[in-house]
Design a binder for this molecule. Sequence first.
Ligand code: ADP
Ligand code: MG
Length: 377
Amino acid sequence: MSKAPAFLCLPYTRGQAALTEPLNAAIIAVMAAEQKPVNILGIETSCDETAAAVVADGRQIRSSVVASQNKLHEKYGGVVPEIASRAHIENIYPVITEAMAQAGIGKDDLDAIAVASQPGLTIALVVGITAAKTLSFMWGKPLIAINHLHAHLQSAMLSEERLELPAVALIVSGGHTSLYEANSPLDLRLLGSTMDDAAGEAFDKVATILKLPYPGGPNIERIARNGNPKAIRFPHPMLGRDSLDFSFSGVKTAVLYYCRGQDMKGENRIDSMSEQEIADIAASFQAAVTDVLVKKTKRAADKIGARTVLLGGGVAANGALREAMQRMCEKSRPPRRMLVAPKPYCTDNAVMVASLAYYKYKAGLFAPLMLEASANG
Ligand code: ADP
Ligand code: MG
């Protein structure tokens, strides 16, 4: 693999963009003519997973390593930023080394280093960014900045070369619930997002009320299999006829009231409830969240005339959500195609970062070495 010259990773200052962009384009054209795969190392540390992966040509996964911090955050029932950041510092070097080893390549085979730079916990993002900038500088590889949410969406497109457009994309994770219009991996328009709790956050908080282990989503799903989704009518907040935004804090509070009484003076009754009653609460909560997610996605898809629905993020691993979204797509006239991220790539990973970076690489969209973390999307 040809070695990218060092000038590619110079910061874009004082008009250097004008100088480097044609040169970048020339290098990309030469590589395309040589038909060499474009190998990108992706790095992800936006929340509570330290991840690195090597992906060739945006699709061929050569390695994927994820160091999950679930055990560290379990006793707090949610992610503690300071703990997350410290764990990233400990994990980042071994995770990147392992990803390179699993891929069976050396630094000379890499064409770029990509990193999730926004949105997320700033003190977590900064660990991945620092590692990526250091490698970019030391190895003379271009740096690519990736939006973590756009990358989640990319995992839904991993298996698909051609999409019928426009597509509507729902990203449901621990920190975000967002609807996009997608016209290409790099052309995304935000249609709506959560006004309070994200869907995953609501799953995690309800799991804490039900005294289920963290992360809550998979445990609620497991318990809900034995429950009746119609047993309790929790709110299904639609926020008005045209809204494409979300609000899940009311559903979470309704579960809390159900367990402790309307005046909140009572003890959490969970310890005295039967397994069936807890399963009914889990199933009814899951049904409320799922119903809103699917209805809003349909609303957005109708509005923009979407032919395809993309589903990504940690909550996209939820079987009830996947099935309900699939049914909605099949019932639509004409039917819509649903593409969902493979389960291992629903929660945070670096494959999605390296995969999306391929399109930025082809477009010559490189980042300066003074790249900084941003908490917002
Ligand atoms: P973040 O970027 O915020 O860490 P992730 O994309 O890693 O989010 O997803 C983590 C979230 O996904 C957690 O809130 C977790 O509870 C939720 N989650 C994971 N699996 C499931 C599931 N099967 N059902 C519902 N939620 C799930
Ligand atoms: Mg996570």
